[in-house]
Design a protein around this ligand. Structure first.
Ligand SMILES: CCCCCCCCC/C=C/C(=O)SCCNC(=O)CCNC(=O)[C@H](O)C(C)(C)COP(=O)(O)OP(=O)(O)OC[C@H]1O[C@@H](n2cnc3c(N)ncnc32)[C@H](O)[C@@H]1OP(=O)(O)O
Ligand SMILES: NC(=O)C1=CN([C@@H]2O[C@H](COP(=O)(O)OP(=O)(O)OC[C@H]3O[C@@H](n4cnc5c(N)ncnc54)[C@H](OP(=O)(O)O)[C@@H]3O)[C@@H](O)[C@H]2O)C=CC1
Length: 286
């Protein structure tokens, strides 16, 4: 994993970064968190654990999940549960929810953070590439949402969902597949936030801007070199900025918030362009 350390926090940092939240804020609350083996998901796994929650993380690669679990055990003295799986498969999602309930007794929160994309001009997308991004970010997120909501309804329990998306209102050149998927998730969330309000299920989104994580390894160095200049603050965000935003929504601070999107992007929604594959000549005007 050493090559990924150029981005993101070390385990020691995640265990000790200051937080605005009190240590028992989420005592014994149960969270299912996708993509917990790296980046923002790993930061969330540490923060939820530090705030007293019981945590189940999932992702495709077991070794990444085990690294998060082992770090938390070593540095925080707490055990979390891990389950290697893909959110693209509804049967595996059902198994994840059932295993969490079997292990921890219930589920209080689901954070759909697992996902990703690759930078490419839309005109060149292969069918397989398009399908991979849609199936992960839109379908995978939906499988998780529906599986959790059915259990909350059937068990008569309240719940909250946070979906990690992206700010899509200006489009996303070189990321049209993920823009389509994230736009789908945002409006899906707004819709079921209304449908599920009588079930005491809240549904919100968090839209990060350029946030320095291991996920940046998928972008060329000439693109990541510009990422700090894609917002008026002229710096990148970090995984802790996003993790603390997620906690605000799931904790009692968010109890009257549903169907909302919290944008954590240093102002990128107002000013700045990303071009994750590098700026084409035609647009290199500044
Ligand atoms: C929201 C943020 C805003 C994006 C714009 C803002 C950017 C700055 C902010 C950064 C935001 C981030 O999200 S940070 C990154 C988050 N993390 C990641 O994206 C990690 C990498 N992504 C993933 O692993 C994703 O899950 C995903 C892309 C869907 C991969 O799914 P799979 O495992 O099925 O993928 P693969 O098997 O590798 O590839 C499937 C096919 O996809 C196509 N494909 C894959 N990589 C390709 C590539 N580099 N160039 C062309 N095509 C590619 C090929 O057709 C592949 O088939 P073959 O040809 O047969 O192989
Ligand atoms: N960093 C940024 O600037 C931004 C990131 N985002 C989004 O935030 C989320 C977290 O990204 P970040 O932490 O930066 O990047 P990472 O690549 O570190 O995190 C993505 C995580 O998702 C998991 N994942 C991917 N596909 C699946 C799948 N099919 N089933 C289950 N888990 C899966 C990965 O694990 P594994 O490969 O083992 O499955 C990985 O742990 C992603 O959805 C990303 O697209 C949005 C806007 C900006």
């Amino acid at each position: 994993m050493t090559e990924t350390r150029q981005w993101g926090f070390s385990e020691e940092e995640l265990a000790s970064l200051p937080t605005v939240y009190r240590p028992d804020l989420l005592q014994d609350q149960v969270v299912v968190l996708s993509g917990g083996g790296s980046g923002m998901g790993k930061a969330m796994a540490y923060l939820f654990t530090r705030l007293g929650a019981k945590v189940m993380i999932c992702g495709r690669r077991e070794e990444k999940l085990a690294e998060t679990r082992d770090g938390i055990r070593r540095l925080l003295g707490r055990d979390i549960a891990i389950m290697p799986m893909t959110i693209r498969d509804p049967d595996q999602v059902d198994a994840l929810m059932d295993r969490t309930i079997a292990e921890f007794g219930r589920i209080d929160h689901v954070v759909n953070n697992g996902g990703g994309q690759f930078p490419q001009a839309a005109i060149d997308f292969s069918k397989k590439g398009w399908n991979a991004v849609i199936d992960t970010n839109l379908n995978g997120t939906w499988h998780m949402m529906q599986a959790a909501a059915k259990r909350w309804r059937d068990r008569g329990e309240a719940g909250s969902i946070v979906n990690i998306v992206a700010y899509v209102e200006r489009g996303m050149p070189q990321a049209a597949h993920t823009c389509a998927a994230r736009a789908g998730v945002i409006y899906l969330s707004k819709t079921v936030a209304t449908e599920w309000a009588p079930l005491n299920i809240r549904v919100n989104c968090v839209a990060p801007g350029t946030v320095a994580t291991e996920g940046f390894n998928v972008y060329p160095p000439e693109a990541t070199a510009r990422f700090a200049d894609t917002n008026p603050m002229r710096r990148m965000g970090n995984a802790w900025d996003v993790a603390e935003g997620v906690i605000y929504l799931v904790a009692p601070s968010g109890k009257f918030i549903t169907g909302e999107m919290l944008t954590i992007d240093g102002g990128m929604q107002m000013w700045g362009t990303v071009w994750p594959g590098g700026v084409p000549e035609h647009f290199n005007v500044v």
